[in-house]
Design a protein around this ligand. Structure first.
Ligand SMILES: CC(C)(COP(=O)(O)OP(=O)(O)OC[C@H]1O[C@@H](n2cnc3c(N)ncnc32)[C@H](O)[C@@H]1OP(=O)(O)O)[C@@H](O)C(=O)NCCC(=O)NCCS
Length: 149
């Protein structure tokens, strides 16, 4: 937690290994470096424990903040698990709206998913999300320089 006297002005949470799960700063304290400091403290702690990078999922509104703090992003493209044939949806994406883009296919708990280096193109994102059952989330990552921590 970040505190100003008795007041809690921000908080951060992590799995203690290499993922940050929460960063939040009280409205009236935003834009004053509290969020960056919370990230830096957590990154230092995780690096000292041996992490070589830190990863987090971001809401769209926080992407610029994470970029300012040295994070780069990728899109994680997932298909609603209730869809009967998710592989067909993935194939349709790769051959359709994502044709010409470099994508990486991975699998999470048996569900196929795609990774795309964040092209910063909201129109492309909208086209991907317009495919029924498809969800896109920004995943931000920062790699630590050797010797950090
Ligand atoms: C996102 C959040 C944590 C940022 O905290 P903050 O204390 O305001 O951020 P800082 O003051 O440390 O900002 C660090 C840098 O990011 C920039 N920044 C912060 N918020 C920004 C925004 N919404 N858009 C663009 N830039 C932003 C700052 O201008 C600063 O830039 P600098 O490098 O020029 O100094 C805060 O706005 C928040 O709590 N939002 C609601 C919760 C949330 O969205 N959390 C993230 C969930 S993924």
């Amino acid at each position: 937690m970040a505190c100003a006297g008795e007041e809690v002005v921000g908080c951060v949470a992590s799995d203690g290994v290499d993922v940050i799960t929460v960063v939040a700063v009280r409205d009236s304290w935003r834009g004053r470096g509290v969020g960056r400091r919370l990230l830096q403290e957590t990154e230092g702690l995780l690096a000292a424990r041996g992490a070589d990078r830190v990863t987090l999922g971001s809401v769209d509104e926080a992407l610029a903040f994470y970029r300012r703090c040295g994070y780069t992003g990728r899109w994680l493209i997932q298909v609603d698990p209730r869809i009967a044939d998710p592989s067909a949806v993935i194939e349709m994406l790769v051959d359709g709206v994502l044709a010409g883009h470099t994508v990486r296919l991975s699998c999470w708990e048996g569900h196929p998913q795609l990774w795309l280096d964040e092209p910063g193109d909201p129109a492309l994102r909208r086209r991907v999300e317009s495919v029924s059952g498809v969800v896109v989330q920004a995943v931000m990552q920062k790699t630590f320089a050797l010797g950090t921590g």
